[in-house]
Design a protein around this ligand. Structure first.
Ligand SMILES: Nc1ncnc2c1ncn2[C@@H]1O[C@H](COP(=O)(O)OP(=O)(O)OP(=O)(O)O)[C@@H](O)[C@H]1O
Length: 539
């Protein structure tokens, strides 16, 4: 509960109302049970008043129980919304390279773990009703026959000890099962992204199912079966405990203990009435064990992304008039974090300057570092040393977000968002049709309000749509990472001879990663990379 407090502290009022109604519902339920006991005590107690009270308390208990569920469900939805939003914001503000490499961990936390936590919080009303019912009923019974009630209480205490003693094991098994479930999420997302390859190749498909998916499923199932068997055994044993204990008590009453058998007959049904409630209490604690593992995962991801948070609120305010390059890299070095321990490839040191309003081509063989370079350039990757200047201003962590905002970039795996609401409406209205026409997409797509009418297009058409979205961004610097690679010769021509000159004409600075030698003459400058270093520069 301590760990949950920070989540609910903003809605403490609502939580207290939910808790009070839950407790009140438990009191009413307990009242119904003890009324039934008075009916069993003596037939004389059963009259009109008796039945009205039973019906009345039952209805009030139900209404209060539903009310408590409503208040707590409201808090749950708020907590889950805040948690998902906060985590999503943190993820988007964290070091991009880290998020890129940890992407397979993020989805299970944002889906499975948050759902698990929400299920647990939603069970709080049921828990409060059950605890109050059990405690209040036992209290009333204790007042009427303290000796016999104390004997039964021993059974409940044993039940609690049994459930509590298995909780560490439940948590350990849940952690284990979560680990394999994470692998399964990763494998299933690879299955979706590799659908084409798996659908076309039977041997690969069979291998993927039998070696990868089934293997992890096997481990996951094994740990799940262990966990579920433990929970089930625990449930059955705790019911059994009350039954055996009642039998033994009866036997002891007949032989050694001074027990009033008339009272025993009256109290026993009441005790049996309490069993479903004690089962709910036990299942709440087990659910809590699972939810705490989920909370651990959520916290861990939160801490990990927090550690890599980019604190960057300063704006770049360079002197645009200064007669210096728009971007200048001095001795920039970069290393992938994932490769830091095994033969790391170090990029750089790179010394490059980009002139404003120039078209610069970055060329080089496969693996020479062009895409890596473009990600350093756009501020997605953070260099380990060296400096980047935007005009006369140094780019630092504090102004990195402002720096990233200078760019619109196209990457081969760029996602095309339908929504364009971030673009100023007047600019969208003025330019969208023009750009759609330039890329000859007018028969395929139009702007409906502030969204593209469709993104269900061919691969090449989707790249053209992504380029339209880039142009609508209206940024100062454009980076195109092999945009033309999947275009037919006609649209390659449009890109190099129409779009790039147009962007230059309206004052943009353009950096193009390209293998299209035929169009190299479009460039004002060509930089060739080799093994993460500059091999040559033209002119
Ligand atoms: N996410 C990554 N993690 C670790 N190393 C990477 C990662 N991406 C690329 N690399 C390494 O960096 C090197 C350069 O890759 P990069 O993608 O920058 O090359 P490229 O010039 O764009 O190649 P291509 O022309 O094939 O697109 C590669 O040799 C690769 O081993």
């Amino acid at each position: 509960m301590k760990k949950l407090f920070p989540l609910i502290k903003n809605r403490l009022g609502l939580f207290i109302i939910g808790a009070i109604t839950g407790v009140a519902s438990g009191f009413c339920t307990s009242r119904v049970i003890t009324m039934i006991k008075t009916g069993l005590d003596s037939v004389d107690n059963i009259n009109e008043n008796f039945i009205f009270q039973i019906i009345g308390y039952s209805i009030i208990a139900t209404i209060l129980g539903i009310g408590s569920g409503y208040f707590i469900a409201k808090i749950t939805s708020i907590v889950i919304r805040q948690l998902t939003q906060n985590l999503s914001e943190k993820i988007l503000k964290a070091n991009y390279e880290y998020i890129e490499s940890a992407s397979s961990r993020i989805v299970p936390v944002l889906t499975r773990d948050i759902t698990m936590l929400s299920e647990f919080i939603n069970r709080i009303p049921q828990f409060l009703v059950s605890v109050t019912t059990v405690v209040a009923t036992l209290y009333v019974m204790f007042l009427s026959d303290w000796k016999l009630t104390s004997f039964f209480m021993i059974a409940f205490v044993l039940q609690i000890i049994m459930v509590a003693s298995t909780l560490p094991l439940v948590r350990k098994l849940t952690r284990n099962s979560t680990k394999y479930n994470n692998y399964l999420y990763r494998d299933l997302s690879n299955l979706v992204s590799g659908l084409k390859e798996l659908s076309l190749n039977e041997a690969r498909r069979n291998d993927y199912i039998s070696l990868v998916i089934s293997e992890n499923l096997k481990f996951w199932n094994k740990s799940e079966v262990r966990r579920k068997v433990l929970l089930e055994t625990n449930d059955r044993l705790s019911d059994l405990l009350v039954f055996i204990f009642s039998g033994l008590l009866m036997y002891a009453g007949a032989t050694i203990l001074p027990i009033d058998f008339y009272q025993f007959k009256v109290i026993l049904p009441t005790i049996l009435f309490l069993i479903p409630f004690t089962t709910k209490i036990a299942s709440f604690f087990r659910l809590k064990s699972g939810a705490m593992v989920s909370l651990e995962q959520i916290h861990k991801l939160g801490l990990d992304v927090d550690k890599r948070k980019i604190e960057s609120s300063e704006q770049l305010k360079p002197n645009h008039e200064s007669n210096v390059p728009i971007l200048k890299f001095s001795k920039i070095k970069f290393q992938y974090q994932t490769q830091q321990h095994e033969n790391p490839i170090t990029f750089g040191p790179l010394d490059i300057a980009f002139k404003k309003n120039n078209i610069t081509f970055i060329i080089g063989g496969n693996g020479s570092g062009k895409t890596t370079f473009s990600k350093i350039l756009t501020g997605l990757y953070i260099p380990i040393s060296g400096s980047i200047q935007y005009y006369d201003e140094e780019v630092k962590m504090e102004n990195l977000i402002s720096y990233r905002n200078l760019f619109s970039a196209y990457y081969a795996d760029s996602h095309v968002f339908e929504h364009l609401s971030h673009i100023e409406a007047s600019y969208l209205e003025e330019k969208a049709d023009n750009f759609i026409n330039m890329l000859e997409m007018e028969s395929k797509v139009e702007i409906e309000g502030d969204t593209f009418s469709t993104i269900s297009l061919s691969y090449g058409q989707r790249s053209r749509l992504a380029l339209i979205a880039n142009m609508l961004d209206n940024k100062d610097i454009y980076v195109f990472d092999e945009w033309a690679a999947n275009q037919d010769p006609y649209f390659k021509g449009i890109f190099y001879h129409k779009i790039l000159p147009y962007l230059k004409e309206i004052g943009k600075t353009i950096i193009v990663i390209s293998h299209d030698e035929k169009y190299f003459e479009v460039a004002d400058e060509i930089i060739e990379l080799q093994e993460g270093m500059i091999n040559s520069k033209t002119p």
